[in-house]
Write a protein that binds this ligand. Structure first.
Ligand code: FE
Length: 293
């Protein structure tokens, strides 16, 4: 007997534009995931984009605040942010660099702009942890820009690889055996097509930073072609499948492609704490208020 395997191409299932809000000490941002539009996309709990060249929009930063039960991932496209925590850990996140912080049982930290003028632009993603790891010791994976590989293809495509593996074999430095994330920052010249394999069951999305893209699928009948177009500053949640084809529009495009293994566990949220039950969230508030972080 012969088994013929056929690629299943992912499509855009839903599109969201995010919600303008502020967090920290008045930092203006767009909440893309973690909003009333889309509360979470397992294992992703939140995606914020901040982008401004007006210091009043970011100078307040994110003064000391706690986290428990998940990971925070800060990736900067422009600017610099300094991070400090209550365990004495400190670092600088720069354009093209990433900080993947596994807050786990608890960290109190601040994230402050290391600049008083100019453009600050980047993303913070929250990635959930499984119940078995929510109370494990905190840890960091921090990589400056020179340690996040930039794959440059013959067709002009450039891919900054934070985690996961591109189809040409470039592997990102972040290791994560909870959700096995893919985190790619892809820049495509006009009308160029990018193909990326993804684990079939992983939840995945595209966030378009600049330009516009079309998500293609083999044997498309064109019936829902309009639904497969994503414009700048749009989130496209993808259907399941093992392959993704994305073509840039006439101005080229830049987008994040992020995927991860869904945890399929109950989610109880309370501000900066994300646990499995409400009782665990209340315990987190109690531990924080009693200085046990
Ligand atoms: Fe934080």
């Amino acid at each position: 007997m012969t088994t013929i395997s056929r690629k299943v191409f992912r499509k855009v299932a839903e599109q969201f534009s995010g919600i303008a809000t502020a967090d920290g000490d008045g930092v203006k941002l767009t909440r893309i995931i973690g909003s009333p539009q889309i509360n979470f996309l397992d294992p992703f709990l939140l995606l914020d984009c901040f982008e401004s060249d007006d210091k009043n929009d970011y100078i307040g930063g994110f003064p000391a605040h706690p986290h428990r039960g998940f990971e925070t991932v800060t990736y900067l496209l422009n600017g610099r942010m300094r991070h400090k925590d209550n365990a004495g850990h400190e670092g600088l996140i720069e354009s093209g660099g990433v900080q993947w912080m596994t807050a786990a049982k608890g960290i109190i930290h601040s994230e402050m702009p290391e600049q008083e003028e100019g453009l600050l632009k980047g993303f913070q993603l929250w990635v959930n942890l499984p119940a078995a790891a929510k109370m494990s010791p905190p840890k960091y994976q921090e990589f400056p820009p020179e340690s996040t590989p930039l794959e440059c293809r013959d067709d002009g495509t450039q891919i900054r690889v934070i985690s996961g593996r591109t189809n040409q074999g470039t592997v990102g430095p972040v290791v994560n055996h909870y959700t096995y994330p893919t985190y790619l920052d892809v820049s495509l010249p006009a009308e160029t097509t990018f193909e990326q394999s993804l684990p079939e069951a992983h939840n995945a999305f595209i966030y378009v930073i600049e330009g516009d893209v079309r998500v293609m699928s083999d044997g498309d009948d064109g019936a829902d072609a309009a639904n497969q177009q994503l414009t700048a500053k749009t989130l496209g949640v993808l259907t399941h499948g093992d392959e993704l084809l994305v073509t840039a529009g006439s101005d080229g495009a830049r987008f994040l492609l992020i995927a991860g293994k869904p945890l399929q566990e109950p989610i109880a949220r309370g501000g900066p704490f994300v646990m499995n039950t409400k009782a665990e969230v209340l315990q987190a508030f109690e531990d924080f208020n009693q200085g046990n972080f």
